[in-house]
Design a protein around this ligand. Sequence first.
Ligand SMILES: *[C@@H]1O[C@H](CO)[C@@H](O)[C@H](O)[C@H]1NC(C)=O
Ligand SMILES: *[C@@H]1O[C@H](CO)[C@@H](O)[C@H](O)[C@H]1NC(C)=O
Ligand SMILES: *[C@@H]1O[C@H](CO)[C@@H](O)[C@H](O)[C@H]1NC(C)=O
Ligand SMILES: *[C@@H]1O[C@H](CO)[C@@H](O)[C@H](O)[C@H]1NC(C)=O
Ligand SMILES: *[C@@H]1O[C@H](CO)[C@@H](O)[C@H](O)[C@H]1NC(C)=O
Length: 432
Amino acid sequence: MRSLQHLAILLLQLFLLQGVVNFGPRLAAAYSGASATLFSVVPPGFVCPEGLFAFGGSVVDTGNSLTAMPFASRVENLPYGVNFFKRPARRYSDGRVIVDYLAQAFKFPLLTPYLRSIDPDFSRGANFGYAGATIIRKTATYTRFFFGVQQNQLLRLKQNSLQVRSQAPALAGFTVTRGLPRNETFSRGLYIIKFGLKNDLSELVNSGALSFENATREYVPEIVSEIISGIQNLYENAGARMFMVFNPTLVGCLPSTLTAFAQRNVSFAEDEFGCVAEWNDLQNAYNCQLDAAIKNLRPTLPNATIFLADSFSVQKKVFSNPESFGFKKEFLLKTCCGYGGEYNYDEDRKCADKYEEDGITTRVGACESPNDYVSWDGIHDTEALSRIYAQYALTGKFLDPPVDLSTLCDLDLSKFSDSTFAEAYPNATLLD
Ligand SMILES: *[C@@H]1O[C@H](CO)[C@@H](O)[C@H](O)[C@H]1NC(C)=O
Ligand SMILES: *[C@@H]1O[C@H](CO)[C@@H](O)[C@H](O)[C@H]1NC(C)=O
Ligand SMILES: *[C@@H]1O[C@H](CO)[C@@H](O)[C@H](O)[C@H]1NC(C)=O
Ligand SMILES: *[C@@H]1O[C@H](CO)[C@@H](O)[C@H](O)[C@H]1NC(C)=O
Ligand SMILES: *[C@@H]1O[C@H](CO)[C@@H](O)[C@H](O)[C@H]1NC(C)=O
C-alpha cells in the first residue's frame, strides 16, 4: 500500500511538472487520502464544476411544471414543502429534491428552473427537470418536455446567453448579462441526468397493457440508447464535459405501484422487501445495459468524465437496513402523505387533494415525521431519501468512477441535515 502511494505521488509530481494535470492545491490537499485510481479515472482537463445543468422528471424539478401550469396542481398546496421550506416551493417533495442538495454542496444558488420568468438566476446553471417527463418521445403523454426537448432548451439557453454576451456593450454588459451563465460554464458545468423509468413505463406496465417481458425487450434498449445519444448531443453541441447519470430507483417499491397491482387483483412475486419483483428484474436488465453502454461511450468522448451514480443499489442498501439511515422499517412501503389503504396511498385521494369529511372540506395531510419515511406522497421521495442519494453521489460511493467530489472540490455537505432554509440558503428567495 505504501509503495503504491509513493508511486502515485511520483506520478502526480510528474503530471504537474508536465502541466498535464492542473488541479492546483485542491487536488494536492485531496490527494493525501486518495488512491492511485484517481488518476486513471479523472481525465486531463478535469475541473471542478462551476455550474449545474439538470435533466429529469419530478424528483429533479424545482419549479418548471408548476410555473408552466399555474394553479392547476394539488402540489401547489401544503403539506408539500412542509418539512423544509415550510411552504410548497414548487417541488414534488416535503422539502428539498436532489439538485437542491447538489447546489447547496457546491455553494451555488438554488438551481433556477429554465421556465422561470421572474428574476431568474442562471449564473450557476439551470434546471430543465419537468414533472412527468419521460426519456423517450413515444411514451411522453403526461408532458411533452421529454429528455430531447430538455436538451434543446439547454442548447437554446447557451445560444441566447452567448448571443447576449456578444451583443452587450462593454459598459452595459453587467446588467444585461447578470443572471446568465459565463460562456465557459457550459463546458465546465456538471450535467445531471436523473430520470426514473416510472414516467416512461409504469402506466403501461402497472395496468397490464404491457408485459414486463415485452417492456424489457421493446423499450429498455431504446431508452438506454436515448440516454446515450443525449450525452453525445450535449457533448458535441453544448460542449458538456462532465456528466452524472443516476440510474432509476426502485419503481416496484413505490406505494403507487404496489397499490396499482393490488387493485388489479393480480398476484405478483414479492422481492425481499415486499416490492414487485418483476420491476426489479426489468430494472436490473436496464441497469446492465446502461452500464455497458456508458462503458462503451467513454472512450469515444475525449476529455469527458461520465459518472454513473447507482441510486438503485443505494436504495436497496437503505431498504436492507432502514434504521441505520434513520427510517422506520414498518414505513418503507407506506406513504407519508396519503389517505389510507395497505400502503397509505389512494389514487382518488392523493397528498394535498381536497376531500370532505363530516361536512368539512380538508386536504389529505402528512404523517407526523416525514423523516421516518422514504416515500413522501406514494410517487416521490422524501427529502430524507433524496439527501442520501446526494450524499452517496458526492462522496463517490456507488459511483463509477468512484471519485469523491466532496473532497476533490471542497464541497460543503454540513447543512444537509439539521438546518433551516435560511441557514442552508442564506440569500435565496422562493416564489409561490
Ligand atoms: C482534451 O484536453 C486537452 C488538454 O486540455 C486538449 O489539448 C485537447 O484539445 C482536448 N481534446 C478534445 C477533443 O477536446
Ligand atoms: C462569449 O461568446 C460570445 C459568442 O461567441 C462572444 O462574442 C463573447 O466575446 C464571449 N464572451 C466572453 C467573455 O468570452
Ligand atoms: C407482448 O408481445 C407479443 C409479441 O409481440 C404480443 O403478441 C403480446 O400481445 C404482447 N403482450 C403484452 C401484454 O405486452
Ligand atoms: C378486485 O377485487 C375487489 C374485491 O374482491 C373488487 O371489488 C374489485 O372490483 C376488483 N378489481 C378488479 C380490477 O377486478
Ligand atoms: C449572501 O449575500 C451576502 C451579501 O451580498 C454575501 O456576502 C454572501 O456571500 C452571500 N452568501 C451566499 C451563500 O451566497
